[in-house]
Design a protein around this ligand. Structure first.
Ligand code: UD1
Length: 422
């Protein structure tokens, strides 16, 4: 397994281009399976998770072609004949479970492996399954697989309330409903930009969805959807990650290009409390850090609140703020595997239930660290950038799942990160 060797501390100076969003791309790829003709998606990042989903999709007989140079993907579902998403692929990435909605939509039946647990707790799919049952889809669980079928060509539908609101369940239910449910209402639907983008693509394909961007989505069945050309959005979590990375070292000056600031929700407002110089101009974000970073406590919430996918990075930044702060995760209660690792670098963090208290500012000293998930791993890379001496970040395959060209992008603006292939 590859590792990163980082020499620090290094300020970051220069421009970092933002890639297409991983979490938004996956549902768009699933939506392409509902088309009568092929779809072409642009701004698709070259990432492990995209490759994994390509393989899940190809397994069905769909033709899928990724052009890495252009970051585009052409998906032709006309040959789709196999409605199974097997365990050995689904277990690699939870979002493969979107195949349930996509296959119900395309074929009216599906056999999709349950995704199982993950590095930060059980992450259930009960809401996905209850929602489909409410829609009128027959759901049966057998030997770790979900078997879904519908009687005839369509189901009556109905109304389903997500409690709590779930991005994945909203996406799956929308995918399943647009071609199958006569009338289906999703209440407390996720309003994340990834959900909005999926609905916009489906609308362009011919779907009838009302309430896009609100917490109530109303779907009326259409017989046929056409393939479309559609652009993915810039990655809002990558954007937030590099904003935080730029604030970490007092001498950093970074410009992020190709961003979509309107997808960042309340994050820029929280960021502006740090006391760093920060400006948004169209799709460009400029950050000039400061000697004195203010401690800013955060609580993760659903969109537009502070994203859980940025809490580990924020806690890392808070190790360099002057004073006491807290990070509370209300979306996932158990997403703190980075805490003992940051403490090994010299930070002072204490976890209690779903809350971390951070005493800043502490000097970080390089060491070997390891993490068990994507966002925790990137927070350790960021800590390595400001730690004195050599840090080794083990198991960087987590990063390859979700950050396009991470070490290239950071090295180009002054970091010293070497990938050691093991
Ligand atoms: C997506 C993102 C992930 C992000 C998360 C929250 C992708 C591929 N992943 O994950 O990066 O951290 O949103 O913004 O886009 N829940 C249930 N039952 C269910 C489904 C969810 O109880 O059936 C709960 C979860 O345990 C969690 C909450 O709902 O507490 C929100 O999870 P959800 O929005 O579904 O996250 P994902 O879609 O899995």
């Amino acid at each position: 397994m590859d590792k990163f060797v980082i020499e620090g501390p290094t300020p970051l100076k220069g421009t970092i281009p933002i890639s297409g969003s991983k979490n938004a791309a996956l549902p768009l790829m699933a939506a392409a399976l509902l088309g009568h003709t092929s779809s072409r998606l642009s701004l698709i990042p070259r990432l492990q998770d995209i490759d994994t989903f390509n393989r899940v999709i190809a397994e069905t007989g769909t033709t899928i072609h990724f052009n890495g140079k252009e970051n585009s993907l052409v998906i032709d579902p006309s040959g789709l004949s196999n409605t199974i998403a097997p365990y050995d692929l689904v277990r690699k990435m939870r979002a493969s479970f979107y195949m349930l909605g996509a296959l119900i939509g395309h074929a009216g039946e599906a056999k999709v492996s349950l995704p199982g647990g993950c590095a930060w707790g059980p992450r259930p799919v009960d809401l996905h399954l209850q929602g489909f049952e409410k829609m009128g889809v027959r759901i049966k669980l057998d030997q770790g697989y979900v078997f879904a079928s519908i009687p005839g060509n369509s189901v009556e539908g109905g109304e389903f309330t997500l409690e709590p609101s779930s991005v994945g369940a909203t996406i799956n239910l929308v995918l399943g409903a647009v071609k199958r449910a006569k009338f289906f209402v999703i209440k407390n639907a996720a309003q994340e930009p990834d959900v909005v983008l999926l609905c916009r693509m489906l609308q362009k394909m011919g779907a009838d969805i009302e309430g896009i961007g609100t917490d109530t989505l109303t779907i009326r069945k259409v017989e046929k959807l056409e393939g479309v050309e559609f652009s993915n959005a810039p990655d809002r979590i990558e954007t937030g990650t590099y904003m935080i990375a730029a604030a970490l070292h007092p001498e950093s000056e970074v410009t992020l290009t190709g961003c979509k600031p309107e997808d960042l929700g309340d994050f820029p407002r929280t960021f502006s409390k740090l006391g760093v110089d920060f400006q948004i101009d169209g799709s460009t974000i400029f950050i000039r850090s400061a000697e004195n970073i203010h401690p800013v406590s955060i609580k993760t919430k659903i969109y537009p609140g502070f994203p859980t996918d940025l809490q580990a990075q924020w806690a890392t930044l808070m190790t360099q703020a002057n004073g006491l702060s807290t990070v509370t995760d209300t979306v996932y209660f158990d997403r703190f595997s980075y805490v003992p690792e940051l403490n090994r670098l010299g930070a002072n963090l204490r976890v209690e239930k779903n809350n971390v208290t951070i005493h800043g500012k502490t000097k970080l000293i390089g060491a070997a660290v390891m993490s068990t998930d994507l966002r925790a791993s990137v927070s350790l890379v960021m800590a390595g950038l400001v730690a004195e001496g050599t840090s080794e970040i083990l198991r960087v395959y987590h990063l390859d799942r979700g950050y396009e060209k991470l070490e290239d992008k950071l090295n180009r603006v002054g970091a010293s990160i070497k990938r050691v292939v093991q």
